[in-house]
Ligand binder design. Structure first.
Ligand code: SER
Length: 318
């Protein structure tokens, strides 16, 4: 059967870049991007979908002969705390709708994005193991942890091939951050490139697991392409990239912009970050399907600055 991919939440930070990578890999005609609105700049096949609507999702899957689904739509950790019940409702409803449609339509593979937000106070802070006890501190984290269990349930009960990774904070230049606790690590680059001072909402020594977007996209595609029997964890896999604090990132940036200034004014996001790991043990992903990150903090900083400089220079030329 020919691979036909549906990406739900294609307008988001990961969705934008993943859609492009999958279009290149499988051909534009075999990738259907979807979200609640269509961006004017989008090139390719697109469906407007409200993924809480079972019938709408089902007819799009049927009409486009979809064989794989990447489900990326979610309300993230910081934004999610503004309305915890709405966050639970949206994150769970979309995920359960995707699982049911996938089961009924015998979808070959489904991708589920989990997060470091599944970990809470009980998990070991450094090198957090894959199977640490999960006691998430946010509505987002609770929904992601429950979602992992549903992934495992659909695999065990129905044989649905659901695969998942726990993303750390994702750093990319392609789009602006979307309501996460790790967003500072993107905003800081925009300020630095625009030669403006940065106010950081986390304390300078708060170390969190992070990852350059190209590594995150590669991890997503690699786990989806791995032979089925190599996927031993049917909840989710830790994947580690780079761990750093705001101060460590600042130190990398001032090597390029010596006049750049950052002040630290922690807000409610500090409490969220304090419950998350500093670094992850991703041995299971390395052993089972060969995961290995390629970007360190230096390489990531260089690329972010280079790409954003190009982006802003282009804009000022218009
Ligand atoms: N980047 C996400 C967040 O901060 C983590 O999954 O919410």
């Amino acid at each position: 059967m020919k691979t036909r991919i549906l990406i739900i939440g294609a307008n988001g930070q990961l969705g934008t870049v993943l859609t492009h990578s999958l279009q290149q890999k499988y051909g534009v005609k075999h990738v259907i991007a979807s979200d609640i609105v269509r961006k004017k700049s989008f090139k390719g096949l697109f469906e407007i979908i409200d993924a809480t609507n079972f019938n709408a999702l089902q007819s799009i899957v049927f009409k486009n002969k979809i064989t794989q689904i990447y489900h990326l739509a979610a309300i993230l950790s910081a934004k999610g705390e503004q309305d915890p019940l709405q966050t639970w409702e949206l994150n769970m409803k979309t995920w359960l709708t995707v699982l049911e449609v996938a089961r009924i339509h015998q979808i070959e593979k489904v991708f589920y994005p989990s997060s470091i937000a599944v970990f809470g106070a009980s998990a070991k802070k450094n090198n957090t193991p894959n199977n640490a006890f999960l006691d998430p501190s946010t509505a987002y984290g609770i929904s992601k942890a429950a979602g992992e269990q549903w992934a495992n349930y659909y695999f065990t009960k129905y044989g649905l091939d659901v695969r998942s990774v726990r993303y750390p904070g994702i750093i990319g230049h392609q789009s602006l951050p979307g309501g996460g606790t790790t967003d500072y690590a993107i905003s800081i680059f925009h300020k630095a490139v625009l030669k403006k001072p940065f106010i950081c909402y986390l304390e300078k020594n708060t170390k969190l697991p992070m990852m350059y977007i190209q590594d995150a996209i590669r991890a997503t595609i690699e786990i989806m392409e791995a032979p089925k029997d190599t996927i031993q964890e049917r909840t989710s896999y830790n994947i580690a990239g780079i761990s750093f604090s705001p101060l460590e990132l600042y130190q990398q940036i001032i090597a390029v912009y010596p006049d750049f200034k950052t002040t630290y004014r922690p807000d409610f996001r500090q409490q969220i970050a304090d419950t998350w790991p500093c670094s992850l043990d991703d041995q299971a992903a390395r052993n089972d399907w060969g995961w290995k990150p390629q970007y360190d903090i230096k390489k990531m900083t260089r690329l972010m600055i280079d790409r954003l400089e190009k982006k802003y220079r282009l804009k000022t030329n218009i």
